[in-house]
Design a protein around this ligand. Structure first.
Ligand code: FEO
Length: 183
């Protein structure tokens, strides 16, 4: 008896998104390594914590596919991004990745709607909310760095910026508030 509750196309698409989240996790790790090597320990710590969050997102997709009777596949992960050339470049790249991820989630939502796969549609709403929070977080980092002086910031203001990121909350309260899925 076939107990799979996902279409084959949806199983492949959700599995692909699991791999995108893993790549995101690697990108954040890579940026964190760069930040640490530049002496920005607070920024690095923030990026490492966020890498873990992306990895949790991948696990969330993995568990969902498994729970619906599918079998996700781990692809070979592409090489992480090149090092940023500055902190501004780093946070611009973070924002760009989050926007790309939002587009990928929206495409999955479209697909779930077309298939009338309401269970998957509901599952994806957690990610729709999460992406609002992720984009807001990335934008606030860009703004904070601009206020600190951007690429022309003094060592003192970068020191304060770095210390602020060390303590910055990186959780996703809006996503946690979602009633459809537990994180
Ligand atoms: Fe998993 Fe930052 O999106």
């Amino acid at each position: 008896m076939n107990t799979k509750r996902l279409s084959s196309n949806m199983e492949i698409a959700l599995s692909a998104q699991m791999n995108v989240e893993l790549l995101q996790s690697h990108n954040y790790l890579s940026y964190g390594i760069w930040a640490s090597s530049q002496g920005y320990g607070g920024v690095a710590n923030f990026l490492f914590r966020h890498s873990k969050e992306e990895s949790d997102h991948a696990i969330k997709f993995m568990n969902y596919v498994l729970n619906r009777g599918g079998k996700p596949t781990i692809d070979s992960t592409p090489k992480a991004d090149n090092d940023p050339i500055s902190l501004t470049d780093c946070f611009n790249k973070v924002f760009q990745h989050e926007v790309e991820n939002t587009t990928a989630i929206y495409n999955l939502v479209d697909m779930a709607m077309e298939e009338k796969d309401w269970a998957t549609w509901n599952f994806l709403q957690w990610f729709v909310k999460e992406q609002i929070e992720e984009e807001t977080l990335a934008t606030s980092l860009i703004d904070k760095l601009k206020i600190a002086g951007g690429d022309r910031a003094t060592d003192e203001s970068l020191f304060i910026f770095d210390a602020a990121l060390e303590k910055m909350p990186d959780d996703a309260p809006m996503a946690r508030d979602s009633t459809s899925e537990k994180p």
